[in-house]
Ligand binder design. Structure first.
Ligand code: GLN
Length: 483
């Protein structure tokens, strides 16, 4: 049963081949047996999952249908879950039990999803390797010596290893698409404002967006349909009808204009990944797409701009973790200042502290104009590049990452090397456009991802192209040995 996709599970549940309770039990057993090799879960909520599965089976028996009714998933541990620890993989929130559900959690539960627990991640979603978690690193099921990507590394590893069919993730600079690429999954970062951020612990509020990681575009369509939509509790959530993503999947690709940005194929890209991406392009041409070279001239400034803006917003967002109201508090504080200093000093990990310091510096008087304001101007230019490109093409295609998964520890002492891994993904967050990563081959037994980018609110187009590609290829169906 663990090999089934969400779409197959929906059919199996409808045909009464198995119940949600049976499926949930099978997956809980698998998590118990295999997750020690991966460390993808921070918390397994077995009792709650059993209760939710029973409730889903009862709703089905009472005549309800719905594709996600009884479908097991799990949430990245930065979505607040009522009554369940929500740690953001940080010591500072190790004892935090959320008093309410995030909108995404609530919507998926209302659709009938069964949550098996909370997934490991980089601390406060800061990282590309899932090595900065207070609960230890996550391993890649394709090679357990390698990282699964980050920051949604627990989500990616658990889905790739068939412990759960799908998971939620969040993407501030690539954290859904990059781990999806490194573990052979399909992952979608929606348009900024498409999915509510209410109850998602904030990293960089103007960039953060929740989305699905799954084993096919069809499964992402199912999940996004339930996750997306206006939420009055998030003032940046856009009041726009949610497209029927499943209906969008079957459009033919004839006449689709795909742009290949020359900046995505330059120095820094592993030539073996470039070959896999070009093979994907050939396949899409066979399906009727036309190809055009385009330019995104300001891409070279994206990493420096992102690593000013994201830490600046993080330094402000993370000021709420002060040891006073919730979360970790140091032993025997001598006075208020000591309480703040030691609670934060002991509660945050090294990467989080680095970002708070960089962000605070960039926002301080005298540096604000030189760094933060300049970065915002670059952000505007990057957005303009995309708007201009989408005058000429319907979709932009390139590699998701410059390299396949790397060995644990390989880049952890060099933050800049790790930051460079985000080069192809962060532009979409800076511009706010949607992006998807899909499996497109292997090098040395490690998965390669292709990234598709579309204009604002064209998630349906991304899912359509990925689905058509997945009808013609079987990369996405390959499973790691031993899982
Ligand atoms: N790797 C990037 C960072 O560390 C992106 C992380 C994310 O998307 N949450 O900021």
């Amino acid at each position: 049963m663990h090999r089934l996709t969400l779409a197959q599970i929906a059919r199996g549940l409808a045909a009464k081949d198995f119940s949600s309770v049976e499926l949930t039990e099978a997956l809980l057993t698998r998590i118990g047996a295999l997750d020690p090799q991966l460390n993808s879960f921070i918390t397994v909520t077995a009792d709650q999952a059993r209760a939710q599965a029973q409730a889903a089976d009862a709703r089905r028996a009472a005549g309800e249908s719905g594709a996600l009714l009884g479908a097991p998933i799990a949430h990245k541990d930065l979505f607040c879950t009522q009554g369940v620890r929500t740690s953001c993989a940080s010591k500072i929130l190790d004892n935090f039990v959320a008093p309410y559900d995030a909108t995404v959690v609530e919507k998926l539960a209302a659709a009938g999803c069964v949550s098996l627990g909370k997934l490991n991640m980089d601390e406060f979603a800061m990282g590309s390797a899932n090595e900065s978690s207070h609960y230890g690193p996550v391993r890649n099921p394709w090679n357990t010596e390698c990282v699964p990507g980050g920051s949604s590394g627990g989500s990616a590893a658990a889905v790739a290893a068939r412990l759960i069919p799908a998971a939620t993730g969040t993407d501030t600079g690539g954290s859904i698409r990059q781990p999806a690429a490194l573990t052979n999954l399909t992952g979608l970062k929606p348009t900024y404002g498409r999915v509510s951020r209410w109850g998602m612990i904030a990293y960089a509020s103007s960039l953060d967006q929740g989305g699905p990681l799954a084993r096919s575009a069809e499964d992402c369509a199912l999940l996004l349909g339930a996750m997306a939509g206006f939420d009055p509790k998030d003032s940046t959530c856009v009041d726009q009808p949610v497209e029927d993503y499943l209906a969008a999947l079957n459009q033919p690709l004839a006449g689709l204009r795909i742009g290949l940005p020359r900046e995505y194929f330059g120095a820094g890209l592993d030539p073996r990944l470039s070959d896999a991406v070009m093979a994907c392009v050939e396949e899409l041409k066979k399906l009727g797409a036309t190809i055009k070279e385009i330019g995104l001239p300001n891409m070279q400034h994206a990493i420096p701009a992102y690593y000013v803006i994201a830490p600046a917003e993080a330094s402000s967002n993370l000021s709420r973790f002060d040891g006073v109201r919730f979360g970790y508090r140091c032993e025997n504080p001598q006075n208020l200042e000591d309480l703040y200093k030691r609670s934060r000093g002991e509660g945050f990990g090294a990467e989080v502290k680095r970002r708070i310091m960089v962000g605070t510096y960039a926002l301080s008087a005298g540096y604000y104009d030189a760094y933060y304001l300049k970065a915002q101007k670059i952000r505007r230019l990057i957005r303009s590049d995309f708007i201009a490109a989408f005058q000429e093409v319907d979709l932009i295609l390139g590699p998701t990452t410059p390299n396949p998964a790397w060995k644990l520890g390989e880049k952890s002492s060099d933050p800049v090397a790790a930051y460079l891994e985000d080069i192809y993904t962060i532009t979409a967050n800076l511009a706010g456009i949607p992006g998807l990563s899909m499996p497109a081959g292997f090098v040395d037994g490690l998965p390669v991802g292709v990234q598709l980018l579309a204009p604002y609110f064209q998630e349906g187009r991304l899912l359509n192209v990925a689905h058509q590609y997945q009808q013609a290829t079987d990369w996405h169906q390959r499973a790691p040995e031993g899982f």
